[in-house]
Write a protein that binds this ligand. Structure first.
Ligand code: URA
Length: 243
């Protein structure tokens, strides 16, 4: 209230003016408890203006997509990461290999599959006459390292999914190879075990997809390498049939 108005009200014996505090007739109208408990309002990353919506992401070119991922705060993994791990390779690859999420070495370097599992992946690629960067792109379901190498949560995978979907749209691979259970189940929206999912031709939004074991699992379960070799041969036969 300005001074002039206060003076007039006083002269009319109508001051001071008392206003009642807002009342809340039921629980739903109460301000959320967080506003009482925290000095500063909590900004939920997913609703903050810093996060791009899934519909924006579908329009992004490589450059914008990369920079958006590098500053992403859409899930709690941003708080513990050192680097985001976007993906690496031929941006017009025929083959797209998708793992689960970065480990410690990947988090430190920003590049996918650079640890022991990555070395085995390189040998798997070489076995079918492929190499990183040459007709091959490698990325993960989540772009930030889950602490202690735990599996990404469904929420974390969901927040990252628009980035992966846009990478796939831009690359337009002829075949996707899902490496391990986490990648396979997320890409196929399935709870089936890897033994059920491998050996079959699946579809991801119109792109053929096959499933094989994760190289980190193969390092522990050497006897499964023969099955992984079968999967790679199956992948090659699919790729040849697509020519
Ligand atoms: N395991 C994955 O799934 N991805 C990586 O980048 C490294 C290890």
């Amino acid at each position: 209230m300005n001074d002039r108005r206060k003076r007039i009200l006083k002269e009319l014996n109508l001051a001071p003016v008392w206003r009642t505090k807002p009342t809340y007739s039921n629980q739903d109208e109460l301000p959320p408890p967080e506003w009482f408990e925290h000095k500063n309002p909590i900004l939920h990353p997913c609703s903050s203006s810093d996060s791009s919506s899934a519909s924006d992401i579908t329009q992004m070119d490589w450059e914008l997509l990369k920079s958006t991922v590098s500053s992403c705060i859409a899930c709690p993994l941003n708080q513990t990461r050192t680097h985001t791990v976007f993906g690496v390779g031929d941006e017009h690859a025929d083959w797209l290999f998708i793992g689960e999420g970065p480990g410690a070495r990947e988090d430190a370097t920003g590049e996918p599959f650079v640890g022991q599992a990555g070395k085995l992946l390189d040998r798997m690629l070489a076995a079918i006459k492929l190499q990183r960067g040459d007709r091959v792109y490698i990325t993960n379901i989540v772009k930030c390292r889950p602490p202690n190498n735990r599996n990404p949560t469904p929420h974390e995978a969901k927040q990252c999914e628009p980035y992966l979907a846009r990478q796939i749209q831009l690359i337009r691979p002829r075949l996707i190879v899902a490496l391990g259970k986490v990648a396979a189940q997320n890409l196929l929206q399935s709870n089936d075990s890897i033994s059920i999912l491998r050996g079959k031709l699946h579809d991801y939004s119109g792109t053929p997809l096959i499933v094989t074991y994760h190289p980190a699992y193969l390092l522990r379960a050497l006897s499964e390498k023969a099955k992984a070799w079968q999967d790679l041969c199956f992948a090659v036969s699919i790729m040849e049939s697509l020519k």
